[in-house]
Design a protein. Sequence first.
Length: 214
Amino acid sequence: MIWFEEKDIPKLKERFSKSLKDDVSINIFAHGDDCKSCSDAISLMEELSSFDIRFKLEKHSIGSEISNKYGIKDGPVIILISEHFPEGNVRYYGIPSGHEFLVLMEDLEAFSSGKVNLSSSVVEKIKSINQPTEIKIYTTPMCQYCPAMVKSAHRFAMINKNITGSMIATMEFSSEADEVGVMQVPHITVNGETLYVGSLPEETFASYIQDSLA
C-alpha cells in the first residue's frame, strides 16, 4: 500500500532534515500475515522511516520477549524510543492515520530533539505525579478533536516516566473500546477509568488527571 503522494515526499524530507537531531527508534509490534491492519501499519512505517536516516525501524512479533516486556498482547502497536525518552511510554495502538498522523510527526520531532512544548504550569502539575499512570485516548481517524488530546497525553508521558500515554484506534481495538464503553471520541481514561469524553485544554486536562489520582 502506498501511503504518501509523490508530491508530498520532498516536503516531508525537507521538514525532517530541518527538525530532526538524534535517532528515533520506531518499534512496531504486529501479528502474522492474517492481520490486515498490521501489514498496513508496517507499510506506513516503512515508507515514513525511509524519509530520513535518523528513523530506525524495528519490527517485532506479538509474543516476543520485547512485546512481553511492554505488555503488548495485540497489534498493531507503535512505540517510540530515543535517547531523550527511552522508557517506551508513548504508544499508538492502531494506525496513526487521518488527523493522528500529524501527532506522529510532532512526536517524532520531539523524540529526536528532546524538546517538549508545554507551559511551566502544566509541567509542574504533570511532574508531581509519582505513581504509575496510564492515559488512554480512544480515537477515530476523522475525529478533529482527538489529535489534541493524544498530543497532550504523549507530551505528559515524555516529561514523566511514571505516565504511559496511548492512542487507541477504536476501529482496530474495538473489543477494548466496547469494554470501556466508548460511544463518542475522544474518550479519555486514566488507569482504566473514564476521565472525560470530549476535548480539554491542556492545563485542565493536567488538573483532571491530578484530581483523579488524589
